[in-house]
Design a protein around this ligand. Structure first.
Ligand code: RBV
Length: 427
């Protein structure tokens, strides 16, 4: 164990924090029917008994429900944040009070404390890792390779983490199996599209008190997240411009009716810029030089590398807090470029940010819980590397959700099933 203290030892009034955290957890739980079903089953059968799960996630209420459910399934949990600004200290404290959970997550920590908390989490010698962004997998492989033999596997929540894992796998460097939760239909088609779309726009609007109607919103990247941001911005009466580097996605955006153009041109016309690419240097000096006074710059990608803040800082003659969560960079010619939430993922890192809506996280975390269970029950079936979530497990999550929503749907008839399974039908 390291001597980095859990959150309960870091707060002035942990009792009050726990009470508020518990209130947030209860609200989230009320709107998470999938997690309620999983919890019931986990409490009855304790399938995770004896496992130690290390988690680096956005520590707020919905994540808290996943953590509790895994603990109720019998696991010991060590938890930390996956972004220095997304932790809710009250939720972290409420979780830390659970006898099977230790939480090191604290909001606003510097880089050094962030990594100390990761190390403290790993010191619990996990048998399973659950990551959002791959920080645990990276730290274990680089600094604690002796633990790898004892690890059954991991699960990864987000696009950027899966991207990093695939790069690691391609290099032959990934030494245990990890499920790409992000790539499962029940995650990507909902969390990335609707979750990112709704919560990013809500966080920007609430942080600035400005309207979408009539604005030109430049969305960088037309992957699942970009599609969601574009769709919801258009739904709030903005004109949407898309920038892309992949020809089929650029064409898809064009055929959806969005204006597609290079960032160098979009910089001239945009009022609000939202990056969702997962890549670095999407908005850089030459773009800042062309932007109008008053533009808003926000990032919805996992890391804060999409907007080149160093270049912006270099260009600025003055930098000040224009509002809580908004940093104004004033240019020599008087233009003010406003960066929201320090260019960190806006839907979680803005001061009032709450993350994705509860309903979509219920789905994503339903997939996470299913993957943890799959590792415990069938872990030896998976070799080192990145694995798709078993389709049957993903379908089960959809079935629970549809039932909770009271949505009925059709089943294949015997003859339809036979038709779909055979290859000798023609005209
Ligand atoms: N995300 N978590 C939340 N707990 O409120 N909101 C979004 C939350 C996840 C989402 O699944 C996405 O893949 C990841 O954060 C990006 O870091």
């Amino acid at each position: 164990m390291t001597d980095y203290p859990p959150i309960g030892e870091q707060l002035a009034d942990p009792e009050a924090a726990r009470a508020e955290g518990r209130r947030k957890l209860e609200w989230a739980a009320q709107h998470m029917p999938i997690m309620a079903a999983v919890r019931e089953e986990f409490e009855a059968n304790r399938p995770l008994e004896g496992e130690r799960i290390a988690m680096a996630m956005h520590v707020e209420a919905k994540t808290g429900i996943l953590v509790e459910v895994l603990a109720d399934g019998g696991a010991e949990i060590a938890l930390t944040g996956c972004n220095p600004l997304s932790t809710h200290d009250d939720v972290s404290a409420a979780l830390d009070a659970h006898e099977s959970i230790t939480s090191y997550a604290k909001r606003g920590v510097d880089d050094e404390a962030y990594y100390e908390a990761i190390h403290a989490t790993i010191a619990h010698e996990p048998t399973i890792t659950v990551d959002d962004g791959m920080d645990l997998v990276a730290a274990i492989h680089e600094e604690y390779p002796e633990l790898i033999d004892g690890i059954v596997g991991g699960a990864e929540e987000t696009t950027t983490g899966v991207h990093r894992l695939r790069a690691m796998d391609a290099d032959g460097a990934l030494k245990y199996p990890v499920f790409a939760v992000n790539d499962s239909p029940m995650k990507r088609l909902f969390d990335n599209v609707h979750g990112t779309g709704e919560s990013s726009l809500a966080a920007i609007a609430m942080t600035t008190n400005l309207s979408w109607a009539g604005k030109t919103v430049v969305v960088s990247g037309f992957g699942y997240c970009g599609k969601g941001v574009a769709k919801k911005a258009a739904g709030q009466n903005a004109n949407v411009v898309v920038t892309e580097v992949e020809p089929r996605r650029a064409l898809e955006a064009h055929m959806e009716g969005y204006d597609v153009m290079p960032m160098a041109e979009a910089a001239d016309v945009g009022d609000v810029f939202v990056t969702t690419t997962g890549n670095r240097d999407v908005i850089v000096r030459e773009h800042f030089e062309r932007m109008a006074d008053g533009v808003l710059l926000a990032n919805a990608g996992h890391f804060d590398v999409e907007i080149d803040l160093d270049a912006l800082d270099d260009l600025a003659v003055d930098v000040y807090e224009a509002r809580e969560g908004v940093t104004a960079y004033e240019m020599e010619d008087g233009r003010r470029l406003n960066v929201i939430a320090e260019g960190r993922l806006v839907n979680l890192a803005a001061p009032i940010a709450l993350g994705h809506p509860v309903e979509v996280m219920d789905q994503s975390f339903g997939v996470q819980a299913a993957c943890v269970r799959e590792l415990v029950e069938n872990g030896e079936a998976y070799g080192p590397g990145v694995h798709d979530v078993p389709d049957e497990r993903d379908r089960e999550i959809a079935e629970i959700k549809l039932e909770a929503e009271g949505v009925e749907y059709d089943e294949l008839t015997g003859s339809q099933r036979e038709y779909m399974d055979s290859w000798d039908h023609g005209t």
